[in-house]
Design a protein around this ligand. Structure first.
Ligand code: ZN
Length: 318
């Protein structure tokens, strides 16, 4: 705990210094209080904080995992508590459900999925477990089923027992409400924080990313175009930052988070997010696996915020 607080304090100090350097270079220093040591939440950029907010027991700046902790992410930045918890509630939970369902449908998951089981017009509800690729079993959930319906199901099942029984044909419908736009935004949000860790304040302050930040705060305020692609065969441990250079019309920053690839603007990009989405997605059928060829520069994955575009050599005297 102590070690992590020390780490957070170091991250805070470095982030505050980089923010000051960035604003000074743009003659925007008056946007911060005059004394040193102010850090902004990179996800909302609305509030600035002093280092005291890191103190336990209720720190206002918290550790942001990239990608989300459930998918094996590590801490990559400090974000404000409301952004961090809202991100989990609004976006990451949806991505997790989508992942669970995908794994379940492909028979790879040991996690159960709540499902409706329908046989001869009778439907009951329970938790489905896949065991290997061929086995499955269902545990009924008593409070989810009316006892009379459960009896009807038992009767229906009995018709399929015995040497002359007909083939059993039933339907399983997963009952999981998933918001795919929110799930996609979870990956976009994680990629945004990764890009912040790599490039810093100047990168995230570019106008093209304003709608993205507004979406993170309130997803109903502004829609986001399609900026993420999924490769179900991809290695879940992959973490990469690419500067895509070729083909020229697809130049962008691409963040690879396991099976997800997120398109972000280049530093000082003049295109809108819609332009960027169109360059990659166009008329592509998103239900099909994406096949693109592109090349560029692979950057090492950061293990802490680097602010590589903020701290210019001429600022070293500070
Ligand atoms: Zn925030």
């Amino acid at each position: 705990m102590v070690r992590r607080l020390e780490t957070r304090k170091t991250w805070f100090t470095e982030g505050a210094r980089a923010l000051r350097v960035y604003l000074r270079a743009r003659n925007g220093e008056d946007r911060l209080p005059s004394d040193e040591g102010w850090y902004a939440c990179p996800l909302c950029l609305t509030t600035v904080f002093r280092i005291e907010v890191l103190e336990e027991p209720d720190p206002m700046l918290t550790e942001e995992h990239v990608p989300p902790a459930w998918s094996g992410g590590t801490v990559l930045a400090l974000t404000c508590k409301p952004c961090n918890s809202e991100g989990g509630r609004l976006f990451d939970g949806e991505a997790h459900k989508q992942h669970t369902l995908r794994k379940f449908m492909s028979g790879e998951s040991s996690e159960p999925v709540r499902a409706a089981f329908t046989l001869d017009g009778v439907t009951t509800y329970g938790d489905w477990h896949m065991t290997g690729t061929t086995g499955m079993c269902m545990f009924g959930v008593p409070q989810a089923n009316n006892p009379a319906t459960a009896d009807l199901m038992t009767e229906a099942m009995d018709r399929y027992v015995g040497p002359d029984a007909p083939d059993l044909r039933f339907t399983i419908t997963p009952r999981m409400r998933i918001n795919p736009d929110r799930a996609r935004a979870s990956w976009i949000r994680a990629a945004y924080v990764a890009a912040f860790a790599q490039f810093g304040w100047r990168y995230i302050a570019q106008p093209a990313l304003d709608p993205m930040r507004r979406h993170f705060t309130d997803p109903t305020s502004v829609p986001l175009p399609v900026l993420s692609m999924t490769d179900p065969q991809g290695d879940t441990a992959r973490r990469e930052i690419w500067i895509i250079q070729e083909p020229a019309e697809r130049r962008c920053v691409m963040i690879v988070l396991g099976q997800h690839r997120v398109l972000l603007p280049l530093p000082d990009d003049t295109r809108s997010l819609e332009d960027l989405s169109r360059a990659w997605v166009g008329d592509h059928d998103l239900t099909q696996r994406a096949r693109f060829s592109a090349s560029g520069i692979l950057l090492p994955w950061p293990d802490k915020p680097l602010y590589s575009l903020d701290v210019l050599p001429t600022d070293n005297h500070r």
